[in-house]
Ligand binder design. Structure first.
Ligand code: FES
Length: 115
């Protein structure tokens, strides 16, 4: 069993309105900084359980939403809710993260219940 917290990257690696992918235990996550706040989700679309993208960018052209590259589902960055697309109202799976002393920390990993 992994222990938490774990450092994902320095805070400086994630500029505002940018995203990046990261790996944890052979799974893929997405980090996004939006309006200064860091959010993290599993890199798995609720539509067909595929990765939204292989990165490095997971945002739409305007940088305001997460977007799945397969069928163009659009997700709120703050809530992970699909607001338009084939999985409307479904959720990305949230990952607990925090910023502390100049690092972005992984606080845990979600249990897989929707596969
Ligand atoms: S797999 Fe993401 S929108 Fe279809």
């Amino acid at each position: 069993m992994p222990s938490y917290p774990q450092t994902i990257c320095p805070s400086a690696c994630l500029e505002d309105n940018h995203s990046l992918g990261f790996q944890h235990q052979q799974e893929s996550g997405i980090l996004v900084r939006f309006q200064g706040q860091v959010y993290a989700y599993l890199n798995r679309c609720p539509h067909r359980h595929k990765a939204l993208s292989n990165g490095p960018n997971f945002l739409d052209d305007d940088g305001l939403f997460l977007q799945c590259e397969h069928h163009k589902a659009i997700f709120s960055i703050a809530s992970g809710t699909c607001i338009t697309g084939p999985c409307i109202h479904q959720q990305l799976t949230s990952i607990a993260v925090a910023e502390q002393e100049g690092d972005i920390l992984l606080l845990g990993w979600p249990r897989q219940t929707n596969l």
